[in-house]
Design a protein around this ligand. Sequence first.
Ligand SMILES: C[S@@+](CC[C@H](N)C(=O)[O-])C[C@H]1O[C@@H](n2cnc3c(N)ncnc32)[C@H](O)[C@@H]1O
Length: 293
Amino acid sequence: MLHSISHKSVCAIFCARKHFTNRFQFFTMFQYCTTNLFTDKIQTQLYAKFRPSYTDDIFKRFIDFYQEEHCDFQLAVDVGCGSGQSTLPLAKHFKQVIGVDVSEQQLANAPRDVQNITFHISPAEELSFIRSSSVDLVTIAQALHWLDLKKFYAEVDRILKPGGSLIAYGYGICSLKPEEAEHIFSHIYHEVLPSFWAEGRKMVEEKYASIDLPYPGWIRDDSLNIVKKCSVSDFIGYMGSWSAINNYNKTNSGDILDQVQHKLNSCCAMTNSDTPITVTWPVFMLMGHKPRP
Ligand SMILES: C[S@@+](CC[C@H](N)C(=O)[O-])C[C@H]1O[C@@H](n2cnc3c(N)ncnc32)[C@H](O)[C@@H]1O
C-alpha cells in the first residue's frame, strides 16, 4: 500500500545521518558496498513504502521455470532482500524462506510477522550460515549489480541443491503517463541525474545485458512489466528512495524534488483523479538451473 509523503519529509531524509549500529555492519558495508547506500534510516523507510511491489505474474514466471527441473518447495533464499518486497511472496510457495541483506536498516523495515520467513544480516558473498546443498531456489531482486559476482556465484553453487534454480531479476527505468509527466521525469533522469548514480545503476539501465549466470543454458525473459497508478506525492516518494536524488541534494542548493513535484502537480492539475500518474517499469529476469551431476 502506498502512503502519501510531503516534500518536507523527503527533505528530512536527505538531512538524516548515516547509521552504523554495530561493528559487523560497518565492516560488511565497508567491504561489500562501494557506497553507503541503503543504510540511512529514513531513506530505507521510504524504500519500504514507495518501491514497487513485484506482481504475481513475475513470481509465476520464475516458479514455472523452477519447476521445469525441480519440484521440491522446502527452502528458498532471497538475497539482497531489502525490506522484504521480493521475499514475502515466496512464503506462499516455500515451506521455509530466508531473506538476507547486508543492511540492518533495510531489514528493520521488513515484515516480522510471517511465520515461515527469517531474515539474516549478511553479505551475499558469505552465506556460511546456510548448509551446502540445502536450498531449492535462490532469488536476487534488484541487487545483483551490487555484488562481487565471483564470490556470490560460488556461494550460490554451494548452497543450491542440484537441479535448483538461481533467479536474478529487477526493473529498469520507468516510463510515465501522461506524456507531459514523462517529459518532466525524462529530463530529470537523463539530463540532471546521470552523474549522481553509483556505477551499478548502469547495469540496471541495461537490464543486466552484460551479466551472465554461472549455469549452462540459462535464459532471460524481458516480457513482463510492473504497472502502478499513483499520486504525484507517491511518485515523489519513489524518487526520494533513489541514492542519486540524495547525492544531488548534498551538492546542490535547494531540493530537486520540490521542483519536480511542482511541475508534476501543474501537469496533473486538470485531472480529477487521486492517482493521475501511471508508472510502468520494465522487468528483466535471468534464470538458470544448477546442473545435476
Ligand atoms: C535495490 S535494493 C533491492 C531490495 C529488494 N530485493 C527489492 O527488490 O526491493 C538492493 C539491496 O541489496 C542490498 N545489498 C547491497 N550489497 C549487498 C551485499 N553485498 N550483500 C547483501 N545485500 C546487499 C542492499 O542493502 C539493498 O537492500
